[in-house]
Design a protein around this ligand. Structure first.
Ligand code: FES
Ligand SMILES: [Fe+2]
Length: 460
């Protein structure tokens, strides 16, 4: 692999040119984004035959279309006549019609109408058909791949489909999705969600039983280190936090935790209050990962008799299960081993992050915004499991876009995360700064992204 010096990774060191150089981003668009499976939308965004979603990537666009009840196809969003983008945003059509001179295509991409076709040199219908982009499904997500030779999606994603199976992403639907434009490289914002090392610094309230206390963490609080090492799995990477996830600590990766009994919010001696407080805060602030049912289970936990030897987090899960089944949800018991394997979050290379929870999830996706390496489109989405009786029901779903994240009503935690994006970018441009110096324990998810990207970036 012939990596130019300027972009070569050091030991736990990432040179800043990989974030700031237009030339580097162009290479990412031509290699990483052009050859990997990209999460383009969810199936519920295409409720009827003819529903479409436009997926912008770099300077161009791809159209994802429900071609029939059981089939979704994607096309490069470019007219075969003079290149015009065929459709924008999202909507529903009976045929794909170019707005410029009115050429038409069937939803399966075959040409239907060329005005005054006899005036053109003879061209086959095949030559005039829309050019397809590989499209495959997993977990209710629609993935696309611009490389016709790419391996099948499920092979690419391995082991994620196995690890995520207990969480039933295919039975979740959007609660909300918000997109924003951020003044940073697409990887800068993603990196902020790829490690939990920033939690005491950026979200000090998550370390406290009083979640309204946003004061900067004290050195003692900073040193509590309730975050487990990140783990890499080929292209993918995962991190775990012991504080948030109600798992059996014995099964979790707790090697680095100084005192696992002290996890949760500081100063709380009653595990029940600590777990309930964390659930309630996340449900209220993020409106993701936990929901109204979680809040009811948390309220029960506060006064519950927790059986001896059972962690409050496990007991919370049992209370939540007892509330979920009468609501018609398929709610198997997820084993401690399955919780531990899932961890807190997975980086789905190259540009998506998924945080699984039983019944709920949150995800993030970042993309270059045009060709400017200092601007990106960042999307956050909350998913919620639906009752078995509603699996086939069509839902109306409207994503929201905000040019400025401060207008997006994101809550404290996500706002704190996005507040870092511009500051990191300005600092990285300083001539004094040469690159990221990463923790070899808690930030290897970030390093792994670059390591995996190198396989695509410099393969020729
Ligand atoms: S550019 Fe599309 S019909 Fe002419
Ligand atoms: Fe964060």
């Amino acid at each position: 692999m012939n990596v130019p010096d300027r972009y070569r990774l050091g030991e736990a060191f990432v040179p800043k040119g990989r974030y700031l150089d237009a030339e580097f981003q162009q290479r990412e668009l031509n290699t990483v984004f052009a050859k990997t499976w990209l999460m383009a939308c969810r199936e519920e965004e295409l409720p009827g035959v003819g529903s479409y979603v436009e997926y912008r990537i770099g300077a161009h666009s791809i159209l994802i279309v429900r071609e029939s009840v059981g089939s979704i196809r994607s096309y490069f969003n470019a007219c075969r006549h003079r290149g015009t983008r065929l459709a924008a945003g999202r909507g529903r059509v009976g045929a794909i019609i170019c707005p410029f001179h009115g050429w038409r295509w069937n939803l399966d991409g075959t040409i239907r109408l060329v005005l005054d076709r006899e005036e053109f040199v003879p061209r086959s219908d095949e030559d005039l058909g829309l050019v397809q982009v590989r499209t495959e499904l997993w977990g209710g997500f629609v993935f696309i791949n611009m490389d016709a030779e790419a391996e099948p999606l499920l092979d690419y994603l391995d082991p994620i489909p196995t690890v995520f199976a207990p969480f039933q992403f295919e039975h979740m639907r959007y609660r909300w999705m918000k997109s924003v434009i951020l003044p940073c490289n697409w990887k800068t914002v993603l990196d902020g969600f790829l490690e939990a090392y920033h939690v005491p610094g950026t979200h000090p309230q998550l370390h406290r039983s009083d979640t309204s206390n946003h004061k900067i963490a004290t050195p003692k609080e900073l040193d509590r280190r309730t975050w487990a090492p990140t783990a890499v799995h080929g292209k993918f990477a995962r991190y775990a936090s012991v504080g948030r996830k109600p798992i059996d600590p014995a099964a979790a990766e707790v090697r680095r935790v100084k005192d696992p009994a002290k996890r949760g919010t500081s100063g709380a001696t009653d595990e029940r209050q600590s777990v309930a407080g964390a659930v309630e805060y996340i449900a209220r602030d993020m409106r993701a990962l936990e929901n109204e049912r979680s809040v009811r289970a948390a309220a029960q936990l506060r006064t519950a008799e927790v059986p001896a030897g059972v962690h409050a987090g496990q007991h919370y899960l049992e209370l939540l299960r007892q509330l979920s089944i009468p609501d018609g949800l398929d709610w198997p018991v997820i084993t401690p081993q399955e919780w531990a394997a899932a961890g807190t979050a997975w980086h789905v290379f190259p540009n998506t992050i998924l945080l699984p929870n039983q019944g709920n999830a949150i995800g993030y996706r970042a993309r270059p915004n045009g060709n400017d390496p200092d601007s990106c489109l960042f999307e956050m989405f909350s998913l919620e499991q639906i009752p078995v009786a509603d699996y086939d029901k069509k839902t109306d779903f409207a994503p929201q876009h905000f040019d400025d994240y401060r207008d997006a009503d994101l809550g404290e935690v996500l706002t704190q995360d996005l507040d870092n994006s511009e500051a990191v970018t300005i600092g990285m441009h300083s001539p004094s700064f040469d690159g990221h110096r990463l923790s070899t324990q808690q930030e290897m998810t970030i390093y792994n992204h670059h390591r995996a990207a190198d396989d695509y970036l410099w393969s020729d």
